[in-house]
Design a protein around this ligand. Structure first.
Ligand code: ADP
Ligand code: MG
Length: 390
């Protein structure tokens, strides 16, 4: 990217030093969002304000790793993916590819970015053009990304792509989308993304429209791409059970905000945030990967138009106090690589009490709290200094 001056803006870190990815131990971060925020202004004569679809999310995608973004419908998951894919610009925050700010919106620089960061959509029926064969669809994608590919080399590349997604080329190459099952179509959509030889796949609920019986096959395929090609994968799902099965790290979102992050095993087995606990309790049998849309629990997701300060989950939370309703909890470090945005942990996290006006009225999670292991006293919290929270 560095050969194009429009491709990157200032790539220095916040302290004016090295780019973010240059910090020790972070070299495998391919794509990163810092403080990512997306508001959609309301339209209409009397409209005022905006839908706060995403409000300050940090996500780091590493090569050879799957990160799950979990949350119920409307929590802002697709918006995160679309902003990362640069289908529309963010309202605030930075997107970094290999530590360099991504600013390209069009032209060559944008196409280079789009090649590295590919998106897979929920609906494989809508994402493939019904009038074109598999051969046409994949050839087009190959030609866009690898100019001059023709003849036997093109044919070999086409067959290679189909084999990579475990479709027999002889059987499938001349098929039309209507001749394929949902799972086969999603495989073709994945093959089309792979034609770009991407470093990142943004998979937005890639299995939720598929028959239960074939979901696991698609997840296994994505896992195979992670392992064999080292692709960084963002796996978006409303089904926390599948995150446990499939993802290395899990980020839970509620109403546009991150509420909990950590390794998938901890987040799904010993969830710390009352919302994650609700999700895990209402999740279907993890062995089944069934994901009927469930919100479970008490109440409705909040109105995201000009939401008030405070924890957005507070209206549904059995533990909420006035602090929760008035002061937004940042992600607090409650263990190595484990964060939760809940005031219920504030007394145990160094520095956190400085952020609330009064300590009289903090929520008591009781048995619902998970044990806190303080790792680093400097890592008290805050979403504004992401490097200390990881
Ligand atoms: P999820 O994928 O988690 O279901 P989305 O990211 O699709 O959530 O949506 C988050 C919020 O942003 C919702 O309230 C949704 O209505 C709103 N939203 C999404 N896209 C747009 C858009 N293009 N214009 C206006 N509002 C939008
Ligand atoms: Mg969505």
């Amino acid at each position: 990217m560095s050969d194009d001056p429009h491709d990157t803006a200032e790539s220095a870190g916040p302290d004016g030093g090295a780019p973010t990815a240059g910090r020790t131990g972070r070299d495998d971060v391919v794509l990163e969002a810092v403080g990512l925020t997306k508001h959609f202004p309301l339209r209409g004569i009397r409209a005022k304000g905006a839908v706060h679809a995403v409000d300050g999310i940090d996500v780091a995608l590493r090569s050879g790793q799957v990160v799950a973004l979990v949350g119920e419908s409307g929590s802002g998951k697709s918006t995160v993916a679309r902003v990362l894919a640069r289908l529309y610009p963010q309202t605030e925050g930075r997107i970094l590819l290999h530590g360099e700010d991504v600013t390209a919106k069009r032209g060559r620089a944008f196409r280079r970015y789009a090649r590295r960061v590919q998106m897979i959509f929920q609906d494989p029926f809508a994402s493939l053009n019904p009038v074109h064969t598999v051969r046409y669809t994949l050839t087009r994608s190959l030609r866009i990304h690898q100019k001059g590919l023709r003849g036997q080399r093109l044919e070999d590349a086409l067959r290679g792509l189909l084999e990579r997604v475990q479709l027999n080329p002889d059987r499938f190459i001349d098929k039309f989308p209507h001749e394929l099952s949902g799972g086969q179509r999603q495989r073709v959509a994945i093959a089309r993304a792979l034609a770009a030889d991407p470093e990142v796949l943004l998979a937005d609920e890639p299995i939720s429209m598929l028959d239960v019986s074939i979901r696991i096959g698609i997840l296994n395929l994505l896992q195979d791409l992670r392992d064999r090609l080292g692709i960084a994968i963002l796996y978006i799902t409303h089904d926390i059970a599948s995150a446990r099965y499939f993802a290395d790290r899990t980020y839970v979102m509620y109403a546009g905000r991150p509420v909990e992050t950590g390794d998938s095993e901890s987040v799904t087995q010993t969830p710390a945030h009352p919302y994650t606990q609700l999700l895990v309790r209402s999740a279907p049998d993890p062995e089944q990967l069934v994901s009927a849309e469930r919100t479970g629990g008490r109440g409705e997701p909040p109105n995201m138009v000009n939401p008030p300060e405070g924890c957005r989950f507070a209206p549904r939370c059995p533990f909420a106090t006035d602090v929760c309703r008035t002061v937004t909890p940042p992600l607090l470090q409650i263990g190595r690589d484990r964060q939760v945005a809940c005031w219920g942990y504030a007394t145990q996290v160094p520095g956190a009490l400085d952020l609330v006006p009064s300590t009289d009225d903090l929520p008591e999670l009781g048995d619902a709290a998970v044990p806190v292991t303080v790792v680093d006293t400097a890592a008290a919290s805050t979403t504004t200094t992401p490097e200390v929270t990881r």
